[in-house]
Write a protein that binds this ligand. Structure first.
Ligand code: AMP
Length: 112
């Protein structure tokens, strides 16, 4: 997608603080972190959100990447949150499926 911010980041046309990459998944630090660790985990193939859906292999890769990154970032012992926003009410601002990995402090018990 030519006009997609995250596609441009994945291609390297826009700089990012990359923390993980393989054939299917790219992960980088959120520019506006909401926690000491705030990483965006993104399938390289453009999919708008969970309603559009990514194939099972890609979603498995995203979840495996999330677990690996969480361990590498030192979040395994105390835990973390992994969330995706979808659409207007979900406050999705970038229409390329992504998961927020948040941790490094005690997170709020409320989700909204
Ligand atoms: P969402 O609101 O769930 O669509 O999440 C989009 C996230 O992308 C927000 O947390 C933004 O802070 C983040 N973001 C926007 N532009 C950039 C960028 N250039 N580099 C890293 N993160 C970004």
């Amino acid at each position: 997608m030519d006009d997609c911010l995250f596609c441009k980041i994945i291609k390297g046309d826009i700089p990012s603080a990359r923390v993980f990459e393989n054939d299917d998944v790219f992960a980088f630090r959120d520019i506006n972190p909401q926690a000491p660790v705030h990483i965006l985990i993104v399938p390289k193939k453009h999919v708008a959100n969970v309603l559009e859906g990514a194939d099972a292999g890609i979603m498995d890769g995203v979840m495996r990447a999330a677990a690996q990154i969480a361990r590498e970032q030192g979040l395994a012992e105390n835990g973390f949150r992994l969330i995706t926003n979808c659409g207007r009410d979900g406050a999705q601002s970038v229409n390329h499926l992504h998961f927020h990995l948040l941790g490094g402090r005690q997170l709020s018990e409320t989700m909204a």
